[in-house]
Design a protein around this ligand. Sequence first.
Ligand code: SF4
Length: 170
Amino acid sequence: MEIDELKATGVQVNYLMVCPRKLWLHSHQIGFEEENDLVLQGKVLHDTSYKKIKDKEILLDDLLKIDILDGQYVGEVKSSRKMEEADKAQLLYYLYVLEQRGIRRKGKIHYPKERKVVEIELTDEKRKEIPKWLAQIEAIKRSTKPPKKVKYKYCSKCAYYSFCWVGEDE
Ligand code: SF4
């Protein structure tokens, strides 16, 4: 896929891995996220962590908001490792888009509350996989109905929990 065809945001890649229904709700601007404590917590964390790093929060074509571009690494700051696979996918996507623009970097995911940094690298396998993620995101966004609910262990922490589950038979 060429760079001009890329339409997904980093958050959409993250949500694809977390829950396709969440991706659909978010992309159709059904919004509860501003009110959610965990989302607010994440925003506060972004505002207070890594103040010393200058190049933080770089916006690339309104698609990607890169937290840190530091030397040979692109960094993301996350509040906990509970969604580590989704965090990795989001950062791999950033590395992929940057590489399409001739910028090769490795990635670091910072979990400051857990004092942990996870390093990742874009592999050939992931280079082949990422266009498939983008096709999946496009299909979900275009769908007129949200994907069916699936009860995940993290649903109760999701901003859409009440939309999906309150008053429903679980
Ligand atoms: S509550 Fe669960 S099923 Fe609903 S959007 Fe969130 S993660 Fe997906």
